[in-house]
Design a protein around this ligand. Structure first.
Ligand code: TRP
Length: 343
């Protein structure tokens, strides 16, 4: 038996996070938050606000803490329960940064050079990007591995970062002759049906950085705004088909059907069975009603939490204390393996 045959034998654990760098939209809600809330009933779940990742690009200091509370409020509004899941701000758990430094010395430049998200975010002038933006995926590996998380619910765009986390875990385990130390975390990718695209372009993901606000439904949009964005959403002149094959080449139609399905908790096939033969003139008002009815309670709950920031802060502080308890032994173990003084 070689050391690579020995596998991590610890408990299964889920971890994920969202950056506090802009308003949350329907894609975040259906693709991430709802999923987190479901997972907390099945498995030990850690969900954090990635404020250390947010500052890899400029964040207004006067707003950062409020943005962090806003993500926390959205978590709570989506049903995350602090009695079940550990909910905390990344910067309140210094163990993330400590492990990230060790991992910076494990990861190779050649691995980071391949990261497509850095290439996209740094654009034409990479020499003007922060060093933090470059080493961002190493901090992400530390976020995950400091809790020895085994599964990470993320979008497709984060698959490469998860692969890097596995490479770091494997190299650390190998270099320090501790084969069972870190698990090799797997991405939990949302099903194709739950991939929410822009309302203006069915081939682009719904995104907070899209310059057109009409492209997305924000969690804070009121009923009239939601209805009007759906009315103006791009669609086509055909009727809805009976089967998914009939949506081939109709990206916008497929997206609107997918959004209906995700909100209703049904499959796209079931939605088509209900609406086959009808055009968007009939389908859009139904979708608008469903979206308003599903999101109104979430944005109401978010507003209620945000009206009591002290309560959010209590929840985040308690979550951070729990998170530190889970993270500290991992950092102690890693420091000892590295051979640091006093460990
Ligand atoms: N990079 C993730 C995103 O932009 C956010 C993130 C940071 C994250 N650390 C993480 C997600 C750890 C999952 C696990 O969506």
């Amino acid at each position: 038996m070689t050391d690579t045959d020995i596998q991590y034998a610890g408990p299964q654990r889920v971890l994920s996070g969202v950056q506090p760098s802009g308003a949350l939209h329907l894609g975040n809600y259906l693709g991430a938050l709802v999923k987190f809330a479901r997972l907390q009933h099945e498995i030990d779940t850690f969900i954090f606000v990635a404020d250390m990742h947010a500052i890899t690009v400029w964040q207004e200091p006067a707003q950062l803490a409020a943005q962090t509370r806003e993500i926390a409020a959205a978590y709570l509004a989506a049903g995350l329960d602090p009695a079940k899941a550990t909910i905390f701000p990344q910067s309140a758990v210094p163990e993330h940064a400590e492990l990230a430094w060790i991992f910076n010395c494990v990861a190779r430049l050649g691995w980071l050079d391949k990261m497509t998200q850095f290439k996209e975010k740094s654009g034409k002038h990479k020499e003007r990007s922060s060093v933090g933006l470059y080493t961002y995926p190493v901090l992400q590996a530390a976020d995950i591995l400091v809790y020895k998380a085994t599964a990470v619910p993320v979008g497709e765009d984060q698959k490469q970062h998860l692969e890097l986390a596995r490479n770091i875990a494997q190299k650390f385990n190998h270099d320090f002759a501790a084969p069972g130390c870190f698990p090799l975390p797997e991405p939990l990718i949302q099903g194709p049906g739950a991939r929410i695209m822009s309302l203006r372009d069915g081939s682009a993901k719904m995104s907070k950085s899209d310059p057109s606000d009409l492209s997305r439904i924000n969690l804070t949009d009121d009923a009239d705004t939601i209805a009007s964005k759906i009315r103006k959403a791009r669609s086509d002149a055909d009727v809805l088909p009976e089967t998914m094959e009939g949506l081939e080449g109709r990206a916008e139609a497929r997206n609107l059907v997918g959004i209906y399905a995700a909100l209703a908790g049904e499959t796209s096939e079931a939605v088509l069975a209900k609406f086959a033969g009808q055009g968007f003139g009939a389908f859009k008002p139904e979708l608008a009603d469903l979206a308003v009815a599903s999101l109104a309670p979430v944005s109401d709950a978010m507003r209620r939490y945000l009206a009591d920031p002290a309560e959010i802060d209590r929840i985040l502080a308690a979550g951070a204390a729990k998170a530190r308890e889970a993270a500290a032994p991992t950092v102690a173990e890693a420091k000892k393996l590295v051979g640091f003084w006093g460990t």
